[in-house]
Design a protein around this ligand. Sequence first.
Ligand code: PRT
Ligand code: ZN
Length: 286
Amino acid sequence: MENRLGIAVQKSGRLSEKSLEMIRSCGIDFYQDSRVLKASSPSFPLDFLFVRDDDIPQYVYDGVADIGIVGRNELDESQIELDVVRNLKFASCRLSIAVPKGFEYKGLESLEGKRIATSYPNILSKILSERGVNAELVVVSGSVEITVDVGIADAIADLVSTGTTLKMNGLEEAECIYSSSAVMVASKNMPGEKRKILGRLLERIDAVMLARKKKYILFNLPKEKLSEVSSIIGSMKSPTVTPLLDSSWVSVQTVVDEERFWGVFEKLKALGAEGILVMNIEKMTE
Ligand code: PRT
Ligand code: ZN
């Protein structure tokens, strides 16, 4: 029978859409229906298992799935030993200490002897003990934000992305103690054939992730300015230069980092570039 790789993905929640979109952009299609818990790709040897995110580390550890996509927070909280094969960099969030207004927070020491509510007792107690702080943990599985108001905790340690939930519950973010984003995890003892499939999958993921960080740009430039272009574009290998009908101008094509794009754009304009075209890149390799 053909070797296939099993992947556990969150069924519905903050990770699902981006996880599936990442896999689809790797050219791996599959049929998905919210009522169905399994799926198979006809275009790549990948089988899907749609489950709750909390269960993903255990499923991968038990070999129910070979790999999974899960928040690093869930993985660390589970304390299950798996290989983190990629940081997928979506669903980013932070575990922060939040306190009610008027609480004088001067660092974790301010929580000495206090009650802290959290859904991440393992991560939190590790950090507290590293910093030598003794506090009482109040473990709740959700709605951590209301624990202070109802009087069962003095502070909380919860995931934050925009900070709106904290504000809406009268809490102030006091300190970020841990950062998380979605990671791809793999079982530590995967047979060689499956490892090969994982290698192919990671190669595609890398191409998609690299492309997302870059922009393809195309512009016309007076020929005499060409020597100044490489210093603007920076670390790039030499750009492609094509002559134009008007021999005093050239057309230049190159790839720039998304985060440097606007700086490059402004400098190119100042240099006299015209007709600047910017395009997204779908896939690329270094
Ligand atoms: O049903 P299932 O168990 O699968 O899902 P779940 O409800 O346990 O998890 P889900 O879908 O809410 O989150 C999945 C993962 O997304 C988490 O494990 C994190 O890795 C990641 N993530 C990213 C977040 C957030 N951002 C986030 N903001 N997980 C939770 N939150 C919550 C947070 O707990 C708080 O209640 O959102 C609220 C704060 O959001 P802001 O934007 O108001 O700050
Ligand atoms: Zn969950």
